[in-house]
Design a protein around this ligand. Structure first.
Ligand code: F6P
Length: 366
């Protein structure tokens, strides 16, 4: 079946580079004579159309995508709520149960004459894309996340931008930490993987980096801070990934909202409080949070995003679907969605970056 009309959706947490994907996919589709539409807010436009009186399908034209490559966020909106595979429905007594609405989604695509979907998202959105693909929809996935935790692709756009910003924050925190002889704990996003904390921590010369892959013992961290004092450094920068946990302990969960992933956050406060007691030093906490998701994508994130967007359209034009575009330098390849969503990519403990950090004296709390 030939393609005439396609849709693109951006789902999950936003990441710098989403607009570049939308622009490349739009221009590549228009060049082939196709129509292309953006679905508002992930799949929300299809699932709760009554919330979109102005329409939930945004026609993407050359004008619509002009001048957006450098903009953070996504012009069509996103959400990490209302997962169509477990859509939350409130009963009369106020309790919430979850229903699978993927059949309805596939049906809505047919009703609107949409021949295929480009789904830009992380682990969650690509799992949904895979389910839609298994139900007969032609889907191509585009990997997106600042967390860099998607398997099967060497990189995701947004990650480098987040690392660059976090590094700049660490540089700024160094001068104030040193002037006041303080310990500054910096909590960073990244969910169950320590990539952002690790890469920015190394680039920003952190003294301690705590990541989910290496459970920590704060006695070891306190020792490191005391040892630094002996050599005349009366301050320390401690980077903590939000998914870090103590040896034998649990991850710190902020909340577990219905129909969506658990929210992490709060481990930085615990680490700062305990280090204050263990070292007797003045301690401060900085949570970078959503600042890591904003801003203009770096040049390489823009390129990666443009390459992914164009490759997604090429895949559809070549009759490929049920696949995710993936970076395998120097090329972009296609991997089955099944394989792409199988597991998340965490930091390998024997990786060169961990070895480098250890060689230059970074403490992982182990
Ligand atoms: O997956 C991207 C991410 O920013 C994670 O690093 C973080 O745990 C989560 O999203 C935060 O989600 P929310 O925007 O719902 O707070």
């Amino acid at each position: 079946m030939n393609i005439h009309r396609i849709a693109i959706s951006t789902g999950g947490g936003d990441a710098p580079g989403l607009n570049a994907v939308i622009r490349a996919a739009t221009l590549a589709a228009l060049q082939r004579g196709w129509e292309i539409f953006g679905i508002r807010d992930g799949y929300n436009g299809l699932l709760v159309p009554e919330q979109y009186p102005q329409g939930w399908l945004v026609p993407l034209t050359r004008n619509e995508v002009r001048g957006i490559t450098h903009l953070g966020g996504t012009i069509i909106g996103t959400t990490n709520q209302n997962d169509p595979m477990r859509f939350p429905v409130r009963d009369a007594d106020g309790t919430i149960h979850e229903v699978d609405r993927t059949d309805e989604l596939v049906e809505a695509f047919h009703t609107h004459g949409l021949d295929a979907l480009i789904s830009v998202g992380g682990d969650g959105s690509l799992t949904i894309a895979n389910a839609l693909s298994k139900k007969g929809l032609r889907v191509v996935g585009v990997p997106k996340t600042i967390d860099n935790d998607l398997d099967q692709t060497v990189a995701t756009f947004g990650f480098e931008t987040a690392v660059a910003f976090a590094t700049e924050c660490l540089d700024r925190l160094h001068t104030t930490a040193e002037s006041h002889h303080r310990v500054i704990v910096v909590e960073m996003m990244g969910r169950y993987a320590g990539w952002i904390a690790l890469e920015s921590g190394i680039s920003g010369s952190a003294d301690v980096i705590l990541i989910p892959e290496i459970p920590y013992d704060l006695q070891k961290v306190a020792e490191k801070i005391r040892e630094r004092e002996k050599f005349g450094s009366k301050f320390a920068i401690v980077v903590v990934a939000e998914g870090a946990k103590p040896v034998g302990g649990e991850i710190t969960v902020h909340s577990r909202p219905a129909g969506r992933l658990e929210r992490l956050g709060g481990v930085g406060q615990k680490v700062a409080d305990e280090l204050r007691v263990l070292t007797g030093k003045e301690t401060r906490l900085v949570v970078l949070g959503h600042l890591l998701r904003g801003g203009s994508p770096t040049a390489s994130d823009r390129q990666l995003a443009l390459r992914f967007g164009a490759a997604a359209v090429r895949a559809l034009a070549e009759g490929k679907h049920g696949v995710m575009v993936a970076l395998d330098p120097p090329r972009v390849k296609y991997v089955p969605l099944d394989k792409a969503t199988h597991r998340i990519k965490t930091v390998p403990l024997d990786s060169d970056i961990i070895l480098t950090a250890r060689d230059i004296g970074v403490c992982f709390g182990d």
